[in-house]
Design a protein. Sequence first.
Length: 274
Amino acid sequence: MFGLAVVGGCFVGFAMGLTGGGGGVFAVPFLIYGLAAAPREAVGISLASVGGTALAGVLPRLWRGEVELRTGLLFAVAGMLGAPLGSWLSMLLPETVLLMMFGCLMLVVAWRMWAKTRRPELATGVCATEGEAAEDRSACQRDEDGTLRLTSRCARLLVLVGLLTGLLSGMFGVGGGFVIVPALVLFSGMQIHRAVGTSLLVIFLVSISGVASYLATGQALAVETTLQFLVGGLSGVWLGGLAAKRLKGATLQKIFATAVMLVAVFVIFKTMVL
């Protein structure tokens, strides 16, 4: 099991380094179906290992200036408030219901990300201007140099999505990157490569809250498996970061959307046949 856990962690880390998300999306199904972990046990392992991997991934991006700290911290604070609520809600729902909800949510996110690539100007993160038609405008706007205009409307939207991210983190054991990256691209007009780096920062901070909430509910963390997953994840996130530098924004979004969709179909199928 040691080798399998490290390989799984490496794959999860690679996905995070490449797309800025997908850690928990891939970790939870792998832990359940590959390592025979109970769904709620997988939540704790995923949160801790994905959070540690995200920290390793965000540090070099911070150094290179590929992280929007203001936007990321706003997201993270809201997410850390939502994580305890998500942990509490997860205790009230049957495990099969949790897995089905998880799979369906992944399908929606994958579809939204793929649809975004059909408009090249949005896939690269160019946000609508104040002078354009209302139906084409984002709640958040950016200046010509790419600086986000953090208006009250924009801040409310980012806080709301951040709370949702934290809720999902606590419920499903995901860092929230598969929600954060699309949200940053769709709602804040951020370029996807910067969204990847910013997402890793948010994942790390929200995972801290998620792990604390998980332990507060009286559940034990499988430390040995978590460490094995983390060892693989540290290698994978570095390799994923190298690969991401060589891909265009639209290509990166399509890879992300395809991977999330495939895992969603697998999770829904396995849950239905159990």
